[in-house]
Ligand binder design. Structure first.
Ligand SMILES: [Zn+2]
Length: 201
């Protein structure tokens, strides 16, 4: 049975493209790994919560006809492929090429439209909109000057990623009250055990 869909998605990444990577929970554990984007509707809800698409756009992508179309399923597959390509490029020395290809495809469908003094890439509102906005965001992240702050939670199984903007660049955990607490408790008991073992010796 499918577990309940996640109602609220995490936004601890500091950049929307990193928050996308964090739609996999327990990424580093084969047993616990959990996918938050199981249906196209999850991807639309995620993109809306992370403000990649507007409420109107989300509504038009959520019509029963849109959600039931085979293209919706294909879009979800491609979003996940893009997410995994981005993770590979940033964290496992995978090449940037697959992400660049998604970007080129997105830009190929975009018009540069002027709103008062601002120019904005404007994409057609169709099932590909979430993926194309993600592709633009991914390249925005990869071309940032502060990518040296890219970091991954130090929990052995978590795998969530973030931009470490702490003053001393020493953030260890995705969420201090979650992975941080669990690991601090574990380290405490490991220390206590080794002290007791030392006393017995
Ligand atoms: Zn974590």
């Amino acid at each position: 049975m499918d577990p309940e869909p996640r109602a609220t998605f995490s936004r601890i990444g500091g950049h929307v493209a990193l928050d996308l990577i964090n739609t996999v929970e327990w990424r580093l554990s084969d047993e616990r790994r959990e996918e938050d984007l199981r249906h196209y509707s999850d991807a639309v809800r995620w993109a809306r919560q992370l403000e990649l698409i507007s409420a109107d756009e989300a509504e038009s992508l959520s019509s029963p006809a849109a959600q039931a179309s085979p293209e919706a399923e294909q879009e979800l597959t491609q979003i996940i492929a893009l997410r995994e390509a981005l993770y590979a490029a940033l964290f496992t020395a995978g090449g940037s090429q697959p992400v660049v290809e998604h970007y080129r495809e997105a830009i190929g469908h975009a018009d540069l439209v002027r709103h008062d003094d601002d120019w904005m890439w404007t994409l057609p509102v169709d099932l590909s909109l979430p993926r194309r906005r993600i592709a633009l965001a991914a390249i925005d992240l990869m071309t940032r000057s502060d990518l040296s702050h890219l970091s991954r939670c130090q929990d052995a199984e978590c795998g969530w990623v973030f931009l470490d903007t702490s003053p001393r660049s020493n953030r260890r955990w995705c969420v201090s009250s979650d992975c941080g607490n669990r690991n601090r408790v574990r380290e405490y008991y490991a220390r206590a055990r080794s002290i007791r073992a030392g006393e017995k010796a």
